[in-house]
Design a protein around this ligand. Structure first.
Ligand SMILES: [Zn+2]
Ligand SMILES: [Zn+2]
Length: 366
């Protein structure tokens, strides 16, 4: 498995997820030329991509979809409602290459299983994706007003997660946006704040997530250092050690993030040719975060969260009560990841800088 963000934020979003059998692009909020240039960083040819998965119709996610479909003859997977909303902006595409999906209904690309799940957002039918792979699943979850039950159910035990951390509450409140826009961003169908991303991140780690990339950071209402510090603080308060229990980074706005990578005997990516041979061996690979290869069964066994039940949730309930519930859920389970990462992962110097916020100029291009 190899995964990285190509662009992240309101100026464009795209995430690459490569499994043992498929190369996937989640969203394409960038031009064809930008896509080719970004993938070149990882020695990936855009024509080798197997499918584009679209989360929703907002332009920062779909601006390049039509062009890239035509240029590389790629299939597109999206919900029917999203297709109707985005159709006119795609231009002249081959409709036989369009495949409808439904939230909650897994589908396949080659031998890779993918679960689309609903996220609460102000688009017609927004989804996130969990991509399954024997070496660890990847979740892409941005554009959500709150960390809903659907999202939690879909991402539980997901090894790598790109999670929205859109705005700092104080920066949004004191910033220049008009009141209605502030309310929209902070609303139940808006975006996830750093504070709520911190709570969500704690929950995810408790259920087995080992690497997080904070994504879709607002240019005007956030700063990568603020986002990282807020989430780190949430980890600290809950006894989760960054760099040991969890790898944490922020997805850059205009460039590729370091990749999350785990070895698999079947991986065919050129850039994934260096693999961990033994669990005790660290590898120095620039701009990559290497994790040990695991089988899905053993990963879920390590999570150790089965039997923990949700205590019911009203979609219309208050944010406060849901956050409290989130904390309660997270606090009631054991951390399964322990120090597995300490022994086996390699963090590039750039990644370490990101973790401690020393190199923020490289993160978002502010
Ligand atoms: Zn959106
Ligand atoms: Zn967006």
């Amino acid at each position: 498995m190899l995964s990285f963000s190509l662009r992240s934020g309101s100026s464009g979003n795209s995430t690459y997820v490569g499994t043992s059998s498929a190369r996937l692009l989640v969203d394409c909020g960038m031009s064809g030329r930008q896509l080719a240039s970004a993938l070149k960083d990882y020695d990936i040819d855009p024509s080798d991509i197997d499918a584009i998965l679209l989360t929703h119709e907002h332009v920062d996610h779909c601006s390049g979809v039509g062009v890239v479909m035509r240029r590389y003859n790629l299939p597109l997977f999206l919900t029917e409602k999203t297709y109707l909303a985005v159709q006119s902006s795609l231009g002249n595409i081959d409709e036989s290459r369009v495949h409808f999906i439904e939230p909650g209904a897994p589908f396949g690309v080659r031998d890779t299983e993918i679960l689309p799940f609903s996220t609460p957002h102000d688009a017609v039918d927004t989804v996130g994706f969990r991509v399954y792979d024997r070496t660890g699943d990847v979740g892409v979850c941005t554009d959500l007003g709150y960390f809903s039950r659907d999202v939690r159910t879909a991402l539980r035990g997901c090894r790598f997660v790109f999670l929205e951390s859109n705005y700092d509450v104080d920066m949004l409140e004191t910033g220049p946006y008009p009141r209605y826009l502030k309310q929209r961003i902070a609303g139940r169908k808006g975006h996830l704040s750093n504070d709520d991303a911190g709570k969500a991140a704690v929950w995810l780690v408790r259920y087995g997530t080992e690497a997080l990339s904070l994504s879709h950071l607002s240019e005007n209402n956030n700063h990568p250092v603020r986002a990282m510090m807020t989430v780190r603080e949430a980890f600290h308060v809950n006894g989760i050690r960054v760099g040991r229990d969890i790898i944490l980074q922020a997805s850059p706005r205009y460039s590729c993030s370091p990749s999350f990578e785990s070895a698999s005997p079947q991986i065919g990516h050129k850039s994934a040719s260096v693999q961990i041979e033994r669990e005790s061996e660290s590898l120095k690979v620039d701009n990559k975060i290497m994790l040990p290869s695991i089988e899905r069964e053993s990963a879920s066994a390590q999570i150790g969260c089965e039997g923990v039940s949700y205590q019911g949730e009203c979609e219309g309930g208050s944010l406060q009560s849901e956050n409290e519930q989130l904390q309660g859920e997270a606090g009631s389970v054991n951390t399964g990841s322990g120090n597995r990462l300490k022994q086996t992962s390699f963090l590039s110097p750039e990644s370490l800088d990101m973790m401690i916020g020393r190199n923020d100029s490289n993160l978002i291009g502010l």
